[in-house]
Ligand binder design. Structure first.
Ligand SMILES: C[S@@+](CC[C@H](N)C(=O)[O-])C[C@H]1O[C@@H](n2cnc3c(N)ncnc32)[C@H](O)[C@@H]1O
Length: 253
């Protein structure tokens, strides 16, 4: 039987699959957390995925939940699930997410700059923990909101995520991983896009498993995750050597 993916790339502790997550998820092994930013069903222009509300068979909520549930089956007890959502969908969350969920507020700092009426100035992230064990938390600043600097992903002409229509700010995803995904965990994102969750996972020393159906986005994700590995990671950097000699005689260490 052939594999349900057309490419599989292993980059450090990250494994990326090119293909439809609905086919790939049932073949995956256990993971420790689901952190994902799915299409919102609002008619966004993706290269291959049709995001028009009427394109979702059975309705957007049914489509999304079937995938989240398949991802949830790979988790142990007490594991976190974070699902980015669109503000206009908030009224449907009770019907779409049959869990004891809460909302993390992922705010965007560029929206308020527009001189219009009140905006959808944040993305609600629906979050819950699988029952049966106490969830892990960093115990530092486990606040339920984060204001991300979105300028790098929307404003600069040379930004690295430019090839994807809606990249997430890395520090927004990184905040969630740092606060609620235990060190040493494997983070799953069935909707990898340009690889932001993977970059955030790698930067915080967690392993990553991702699926993306569009080859152009998959290539960006692979490149960004490779780059994230090339950048020095503060948490496992050896401590700097003590400086030898005198600060007055110009001797280097
Ligand atoms: C909101 S975007 C993710 C953006 C990502 N967080 C980033 O920062 O680039 C959702 C992604 O899901 C992908 N997608 C949609 N349906 C899919 C499916 N069934 N399997 C795998 N990927 C899918 C789309 O191609 C799109 O790149």
């Amino acid at each position: 039987m052939s594999e349900p993916w057309t490419r599989k790339e292993i980059i450090g502790d990250a494994t990326l699959y090119l293909g439809d997550c609905r086919d790939i998820l049932p073949t995956l092994g256990k993971v420790d957390a689901v952190v994902t930013d799915p299409p919102f069903g609002v008619g966004f222009k993706y290269a291959s995925h049709d995001d028009r509300p009427e394109a979702y068979e059975g309705g957007y909520g049914v489509w999304l939940w079937s995938i989240i549930e398949a991802a949830e089956r790979l988790l142990p007890a007490g594991a976190p699930v974070f699902v980015w959502q669109a503000g206009p969908h908030i009224r449907h969350f009770g019907e779409w997410f049959p869990r004891d969920w809460r909302l993390f507020v992922a705010a965007k700092n560029f929206v308020q700059m527009r001189p219009t009426a009140m905006q959808y100035a944040y993305d609600p992230v629906v979050a819950w923990w699988t029952p049966g064990a106490k969830p892990w938390a960093a115990g530092t600043a486990s606040r339920d909101f984060h204001i991300a600097n979105t300028a790098p992903v929307v404003a600069t002409p040379q930004n690295i995520e430019k090839g994807h229509p809606c990249p997430r700010p890395v520090d927004q995803v990184g905040h969630i991983i740092d606060q609620w995904v235990a060190p040493g965990s494997v983070v799953l994102d069935p909707f990898t896009g340009s690889g932001t969750t993977g970059v955030a996972a790698v930067r915080s020393g967690r392993a990553f498993v991702g699926c993306e159906m569009e080859p152009a986005y998959f290539d960006i994700a692979c490149r960004r995750i490779e780059e994230a590995y090339r950048q020095p990671r503060l948490f496992d950097e050896p401590p700097p050597k003590p400086v030898q000699g005198s600060m007055f005689d110009g001797e280097a260490a």
